[in-house]
Design a protein around this ligand. Sequence first.
Ligand code: ADP
Length: 447
Amino acid sequence: MFKKILIANRGEIALRIIRTCREMGVKTVAVYSEADKHSLHVRFADEAVCIGPPPGRESYLNIPRIISAAYLTGAEAIHPGYGFLAENAEFSDICTASGFVFIGPDPAMIEAMGDKARAKETMKAAGVPVVMGSEGIITNIEDAKAVANEIGFPVIIKAVAGGGGRGMRIVHEAADLEQQIQTAQTEALTAFNNAGVYIEKYIDRPRHIEIQIFGDNHGTVVHYGERECSIQRRHQKLLEESPSPVVTEAIRTAMGAAAVKGAASVGYSGAGTIEFLLDKDSKFYFMEMNTRIQVEHCVTEQVIGIDLIRQQLHVAAGGKIAKKPQRLEGHAIECRINAEDPMKDFRPSPGVITSFHAPGGYGVRLDSHVYSGYTIPPYYDSMIAKLIAFGSNREEAIDRMRSALDEMIVEGVATTIPFHRALMRDKRFRDGDFDTHFLETFDWKTV
Ligand code: ADP
């Protein structure tokens, strides 16, 4: 095992990784921007190096500064967390070329799966069902029209480099297609520095179901069941749970096998997530792969009893993972607590947390880097905590989450807590009767 690793990230995920490292006796190096001097990841790491001013490109996205910090502190490996450089093939390559172990997949695997259009081709070649659509990126408008007419409207235009719910446009009529493609390309170029877009069938009222997979460097790839992430706002996840209320053992087996087959086809190593859309006829289609640990990994940890961060370190250090299938036990739910004002269309609400009380008790977990007196900087994403509740079944997990949310206090900034409180009391949510459009008709203020 490594003696010392550097964590190229911030916030709750940096703290999450530090916690596991402390347990394992692995020393940690935190890197931080000037805006994060008082962050808990800086306080709890064994060493901390300031890598620059607040904007991401001058700190958490600045590869030379991160590599220098690793040299200076004598770290052996680098954990990228999620976001920032986690899915950057060049970063994975530079870490390795500089003599550090990258705790994640090789550049070739990130490349095969990181670009959404290429990932679809990779999965299709492995025999995994994918959403119908254009083969690769759109290069010619006439071809795009032909594809759209063949698969039928509505279609969705997606940026190959998109992420976090951005870079997608739904087109309902043939007459709008050409103009929408041009707008999407211009937007993608500005937002992601990559104008590539592709088309796929817009699936009617699907559920977002994803499979957690894990591979080692000895040829084993396994899956750890599914997470349901259909509770979304503008294609961004707000709540995740495992297992899904609608995934039967038969669907889990088929989806798990497809996910493993796809990942194994590129010799995948490390933690990864294969995202699918499940339609009303219980047919599922590959959508994209994330070649990193995800925000919502905690719900899987609770139902399979494995620390996924520990396993990432174990695999990166050359260890093997168990081949035996993992049983899901009980039910876990995660609510993303964001510093956003649900009364004001979820507008970010940075500022000082004047008072903070963390809920606790049996079956409750809070992953958070904030505390009373902490200032939420305006530069990064607005997630301030992940509240996770687990129980022997879904109903128990929901009731436990409701109670934990009622106990949680965050003052000084607006948060998504009132929204989640209403959700836990909503009949349709409690019945598991929802899809990715749930939020369009859910009025949390009236619950
Ligand atoms: P991102 O990488 O930005 O998270 P995804 O490809 O994971 O984007 O898609 C995010 C969400 O957008 C999905 O969970 C789903 O709600 C919606 N979505 C994406 N593709 C389709 C599609 N073909 N049909 C219907 N909904 C879709």
